[in-house]
Write a protein that binds this ligand. Structure first.
Ligand code: ADP
Ligand code: MG
Length: 509
């Protein structure tokens, strides 16, 4: 049977999925497309398209063995994997177009070389359309109007300032050492580190980190700045929020100093701008930033940005700026999984000199799942209560202090999860609780599941009814009453409900 690239790759993905974490799979393999399957002599070549050079390097470094094993399994010993790196860059104004390159997957040492038409795999990072970093002379500050004795209004109009004297506005605590690594942030963190080691010289320029509140964007982008400063890799580093950038720009215009503003920013070696979604709808600021961006990018300076959503979803940003955001690499931060949450809490407690046992750390990590800032907040709250009431930090204290946070976390429990656990417990197929059947054991499971949906989620009776095959809200009320009656009259039933409750709690962690 003729096989298509997609069907072969699909078989590969199934094997890969079983061998790595869900998060890694989602990050590294789910976005890839198979684009070719060819027979060349004895070899069967599968070509997979990668969205950036970084994927290529990462796959080769971390998944080489797995990919090789998988390809051999699916295509046999003559199977070979090739990559097409297609960087989608489309910029009407510069006529800049997408670039692509074809690379073979790394060969084991004892294998003959790949056909010479393919470039060797150990090429330096491809940065199409991007000239090697050129050192352009920074604008000389003697050109800035105003005499050196003039009073200083804004930081960017300091005449005669030396680049090294620019205040970076970095928080020294936001370092890579303190940024715990997990599946949730591996891509973003390693790209950030690569940039810190070679600012302006990787293909990740600009580098954009995005993700929800409290997931570590500010920390990570500042870590790049702190690294550069500590290792003297850049003379001038500047961290600025997009709001501050906007305010300063508006002031500069009001004071007739827009060109000073512009000159100031153009001499920065590493410019970090936080929360660029706030540039939305601020057209003048966007325009200024656009020109600064171009000047810096052209002279091989590194730009690092953060946003609370993927660039495409940012509202009110001009297309030409959006397309620049996508020139380099965008990487997202996710909520850490349990192990990483535990590691973050341990590290935080250690840094703050708090002695706290593992049981408490695990309790907090289990229950606080919204974001890392809340995770840290919970720890601080615990410490404050313990100090205030001169109590030890133990489990009862933790439960008491974090009660409201834990309740909030329950919102995330879904009706489907509850149905799943309950049906599992009663050993019936899940769709039966949504079906019409009135078989006794199904009715019982349905009622118990409704009871928990009412108790553990914030959903209305109506919504709950809808999730059970479109039943009426009065059916849900009846179910809850019936379960409650049995809990009160039948100790065996009560034990069973407690056991199911426990299973649901475990599932929701
Ligand atoms: P954001 O900018 O995404 O809202 P922040 O960078 O302000 O989030 O992070 C919130 C808090 O969580 C900060 O105190 C930060 O140090 C901490 N934090 C975030 N990610 C990590 C991590 N991976 N390891 C350790 N601490 C982290
Ligand atoms: Mg932030």
């Amino acid at each position: 049977m003729e096989q298509s690239p997609e069907s072969v790759w699909k078989q590969c993905l199934e094997i890969i999925r079983d061998n790595i974490s869900r998060q890694s799979f989602k990050t590294w393999f789910a976005p890839l497309k198979a684009v070719g399957l060819e027979q060349e002599g004895e070899l069967t070549k599968l070509t997979v398209q990668l969205p950036s050079q970084f994927y290529y390097e990462w796959l080769e470094e971390h998944y080489f063995a797995l990919l090789r094993k998988t390809i051999t399994k699916v295509l046999g010993p003559q199977g070979r994997l090739f990559y097409d790196i297609v960087i989608e860059k489309d910029d009407a104004e510069t006529g800049y177009e997408g670039a692509s390159m074809h690379l073979p997957a790394r060969r084991p040492a004892n294998e003959p070389a790949a056909p010479s038409s393919s470039p060797p795999p150990d090429l330096p990072p491809v940065t199409p359309g991007y000239s090697a970093p050129r050192k352009l002379a920074a604008p000389s500050f003697s050109a800035v109007p105003g005499s050196p004795t003039e009073p200083i209004a804004n930081p960017f109009v300091i005449p005669g300032i030396r680049k090294a004297d620019i205040d970076s506005k970095l928080n020294p605590n936001y370092t890579f050492e303190r940024f715990i690594e997990g599946d949730c942030n591996r891509l973003a963190r390693s790209a950030a580190l690569a940039i810190a080691q070679q600012p302006g010289a990787t293909s990740f320029n600009p580098f954009l980190v995005y993700g929800g509140v409290g997931l570590g964007k500010t920390h990570l982008i500042q870590a790049i700045g702190n690294y550069l400063k500590a290792n003297r890799k850049a003379e001038s580093v500047l961290y600025v929020s997009s709001e501050r950038f906007t305010t300063e720009f508006v002031q500069a215009i009001q004071n007739n100093r827009a060109s000073d503003f512009s000159l100031f920013y153009r001499q920065i070696d590493l410019l970090i701008i936080d929360d660029v979604q706030f540039f939305g709808k601020k057209e003048k600021t966007q325009e200024e930033f656009f020109h600064i961006f171009n000047a810096l990018h052209q002279s091989g300076k590194q730009i690092v940005l953060s946003a609370d959503r993927p660039p495409r979803d940012i509202q009110g940003i001009e297309e030409r700026l959006l397309s620049r955001f996508q020139w380099g690499l965008s990487a997202d931060l996710q909520m850490p999984e349990l192990e990483t949450r535990i590691a973050i809490l341990r590290r935080k407690a250690e840094d703050d000199g708090i002695v706290i046992n593992d049981e408490i750390i695990e309790f907090v990590a289990h229950h606080i799942k919204s974001n890392i800032r809340e995770l840290e907040g919970a720890l601080i709250r615990l410490l404050a209560h313990a100090t205030l009431h001169k109590r030890e930090i133990d489990l009862p204290l933790a439960k008491e202090v974090l009660r409201d946070l834990i309740k909030d976390a329950r919102v995330s429990l879904t009706i489907e999860q509850i149905q799943n656990v309950v049906c599992d417990y009663f050993g019936i197929p899940e769709d039966l609780v949504r079906a019409k059947t009135r078989k006794r054991e199904v009715v019982q499971a349905r009622q118990v599941a409704m009871h928990f949906c009412k108790k553990l989620t914030q959903h209305s009776l109506k919504t709950i009814g809808l999730h059970f095959g479109g039943r009426d809200h009065s059916t849900v009320i009846h179910a809850c009453q019936s379960v409650q009656n049995q809990i009160e009259t039948d100790p065996k039933f009560r034990d069973m409900i407690e056991e199911i409750h426990h299973k649901i709690e475990v599932r929701s962690r």
